[in-house]
Design a protein around this ligand. Structure first.
Ligand code: ADP
Ligand code: MG
Length: 309
């Protein structure tokens, strides 16, 4: 086809237009992005097509200008693009990167339940996890392996039991994992176990509510139980609550994670720690389920809560 200049000339000579619409046509055809589009598609675009597309070209220009001026156009979050629609030039709207990012974040937020956790944990990202110790590297590898495994089969990905002293970043790591999983489309729940048990105790006597809560928590596709062992143990919590949740998750092979200040061996002692002799057996039964669901990992190091200050 001809050059834009030629096209303009032809318009002026052959196509009857009022002065104002001639001026409009000139502005549109000189608009850089429109000019580029027409030049890039010379073979496919005829003069008649351009003539039929003036209102669309104008829409395109207005949207572009609004965006460039930082204003909201007709379709906030979308950027206009030209394309050839049979016999005229049309405008389509493509989502912007920031819109796509926002959408992905919204979707992930709907999949994650971590309301019980501190804000730094809610916002934790695996990318920000500091890998300055060999242990942290190993744990990061384990978390990455879990993500790879779960993509293959949710029920064959084994959870983790991370033990270690206070403030070393156990909760932070699993908070970051939770966010990564949610952004991959998995539903994740993260509960602070001492808070959760307090809430559940408050529901004693309201059996129906208690039952509903328990049913919900035991069936969560991915469950992270933070700070197990920090609750004050009771036979009810251990056998009627934790035992029920873990029994279901074991039967269904549902990914489950724990953090604790206790090693598994220490947790067993904690769970058995009421005077009743049979509690040793009951604690052992809980541990059996935890061991079925997870592999134990240790995280030591400095207390970041002190060093961050
Ligand atoms: P723990 O659960 O082991 O007691 P936390 O996960 O709560 O420890 O971490 C303690 C503090 O250190 C928190 O304020 C947390 O935000 C911060 N933190 C831990 N790990 C990291 C990390 N890799 N990068 C940045 N901050 C971290
Ligand atoms: Mg913690």
């Amino acid at each position: 086809m001809q050059s834009i200049k030629q096209v303009m000339k032809d318009f002026e000579n052959q196509i009857p237009q009022s002065a104002s619409s001639q001026e409009m046509t000139r502005v549109l055809l000189n608009y850089p992005a429109i000019k580029d589009f027409i030049n890039a598609n010379q073979e496919k675009i005829s003069q008649e097509m351009i003539m039929n597309s003036l209102s669309k070209l104008n829409e395109y220009r207005m949207e572009k200008e609004a965006m460039e001026a930082g204003k909201e156009g007709q379709n906030p979050g979308f950027t206009p693009e030209l394309f050839i629609n049979y016999n005229y030039i049309d405008v389509t709207y493509v989502p912007t990167q920031s819109y796509l990012h926002q959408q992905a974040q919204r979707k992930a937020a709907a999949l994650i339940d971590n309301r019980m956790m501190a804000l730094d944990v809610q916002r934790a990202k695996l990318e920000d996890y500091d890998l300055t110790s060999p242990q942290r590297l190993i744990l990061m590898e384990a978390v990455t392996t879990f993500i790879e495994d779960i993509k293959v089969n949710l029920r064959q990905a084994r959870g983790m039991y991370i033990s270690g002293p206070f403030g070393v970043g156990k909760t932070y790591l699993l908070g970051a994992l939770a966010n990564a999983l949610a952004s991959l489309g998995y539903q994740v729940s993260m509960i602070h176990y001492p808070t959760f048990t307090t809430e559940m105790k408050a529901l004693i006597g309201q059996d129906n509510q208690l039952f509903i809560m328990l049913e919900q928590i035991k069936k969560k596709p991915i469950l992270i139980i933070d700070d197990i062992g920090a609750e004050s143990n009771s036979a009810w919590l251990r056998d009627d609550l934790l035992g029920v949740v873990l029994e279901h998750r074991m039967k269904e092979s549902l990914p489950t994670f724990f953090t604790s200040n206790f090693t598994m061996a220490e947790l067993e002692v904690h769970l058995a720690s009421s005077r009743n002799a049979s509690d040793v057996t009951k604690a052992a039964r809980i541990m059996e389920r935890i061991k079925f669901l997870t592999k134990e990992w240790q995280l030591t190091g400095e207390n970041r809560r002190l060093s961050d200050r």
